[in-house]
Design a protein around this ligand. Structure first.
Ligand SMILES: *Cc1c(COP(=O)(O)O)cnc(C)c1O
Length: 397
């Protein structure tokens, strides 16, 4: 059994805060501060340029990729780190389209994160080759899969509602009509058990600063199924994805397997923070994590529905159909969330009317959830949110 009291002790959480936004930016693992200080002083500071060889900086994107791979059910050697998620979406999509050259449609859903759709749109316009991006409601994806579809590009867990797609079933259906799949695991990796190899996913991507706690700006990951790894064409053909970067050839030759999805210089300090953050996961069983996440989410839903009749559940009621977040709707959701944050309960707001709460068993307890419900009930009961300062919009919501 995973010891969640032990994992909680590994995080540096500010006094008086109940943090329900680890789905947007994970908190600081204690080990990350120490690791960063050590890498800065002993590696960057002392080794200088020698760090690339002596401290293993150059292999770090693959080494860390394998540790992420364990959390998403990927084969060893099939995941590499780098860049941000938007870039990895573009890379995966470009490679998938190239592997299915007679088709022109990218199918996605209206619940997908805008950046994923924007990247697809930008790629379609760049290709100028009759490609198009088609979006349908999340429930309509399976029936919209037909023989025109080149690539099914979905985010497994909807960032707004927490709605969870059936990755294995949709991948099977996509393959049955001759389409490839790109799965975005932004709200899945570290949130619930994932099995990309078992599901037969072709490509998967995700970020590490949400449930994996790598810190603001932490690098993304990309998975390429081993059966495609030697055929996938890297559209972003940077020198570190080259077969021999230090040969300084004038012609590009892709590196072996997933190595070719590297682009440029890896973010060594961010990767060091991520490596320390991943130490926390070494003793976590993903089935235990899922059970605890459901327990916390169910308690929150029951508590809020009993105490706050004006908030309407926006997430699926069936726990099996949800990721690790719960959302409620209210026309004044923004101000309500600001009032809640002012009282130390931190969630976030997603336009137009969603109050979003993430449930992260590594550092949240049932007592935290009960207390968060009490504070939300206080905020709602007396209209405490309806003050000018809570209506003023900040740049980041
Ligand atoms: C968080 C998130 C992103 C963010 O992309 P970045 O390039 O890392 O800023 C993209 N897609 C999805 C589905 C997300 O949840």
């Amino acid at each position: 059994m995973t010891d969640f009291a032990k994992t909680r002790a590994l995080f540096n959480l500010p006094e008086g805060v109940i943090y329900l936004d680890g789905n947007s930016l994970g908190p600081l693992p204690r080990g990350a501060s120490q690791r960063l200080a050590r890498v800065v002083e002993e590696e960057w500071g002392a080794l200088l340029i020698r760090g690339w060889n002596a401290a293993g900086w150059m292999e770090q994107p693959r080494r860390v990729g394998d540790r992420i791979g364990r959390l998403i059910g990927a084969e060893p050697g099939s995941v590499v780190m780098g860049d941000t998620l938007s870039i990895k979406v573009w890379q995966a999509l470009a490679a998938a389209l190239k592997l299915n050259p007679t088709r022109r449609v990218i199918l996605s859903d209206t619940g997908n994160f805008p950046s994923d759709l924007y990247m697809a749109d930008g790629l379609v316009k760049l290709l100028g080759d009759g490609h198009s991006l088609r979006t349908v409601p999340p429930e309509a994806v399976a029936e919209a899969l037909d023989e025109t579809v080149a690539v099914l590009m979905l985010t497994e867990v909807d960032y707004r509602t927490g709605r969870l797609h059936d990755m294995a079933a949709l991948t099977e259906r996509a393959h049955a009509v001759g389409a490839l799949t790109v799965w975005d695991l932004a709200h899945s990796a570290g949130a619930l058990p994932v099995d990309v190899a078992g599901a037969g996913a072709d490509f998967a991507v995700g970020c590490t600063y949400k449930y994996l706690n790598s810190g603001p700006g932490g690098p993304a990951f990309i998975y390429v199924a081993p059966r495609h790894a030697e055929a996938a064409v890297p559209a972003l053909s940077g020198w570190l994805g080259h077969a021999a970067p230090f040969a300084f050839d004038l012609d590009y030759r892709p590196g072996r397997g997933v190595e070719r999805m590297r682009v440029g210089t890896p973010p060594v300090l961010q990767l060091a923070a991520l490596e320390a953050a991943l130490d926390v996961w070494d003793e976590v069983d993903m089935q235990d994590l899922r059970a605890r996440s459901i327990e916390l989410s169910e308690a929150f839903i029951a508590g809020v529905e009993a105490a706050c009749p004006d908030l309407v559940l926006a997430s699926p009621r069936d726990a099996a159909a949800r990721g690790s977040q719960v959302s409620f709707r209210h026309p004044d959701g923004y101000a309500i969330m600001q009032a809640l944050i002012a009282r130390g309960v931190i969630g976030d707001f997603r336009a137009p009317d969603i109050l979003r709460f993430g449930f992260t068993p590594l550092y949240l307890t049932p007592e935290d959830v009960a207390r968060a419900v009490e504070v939300l009930a206080e905020v709602m009961a007396h209209g405490a949110w309806d003050r000018p300062e809570f209506h003023r919009r900040a740049a980041v919501t």
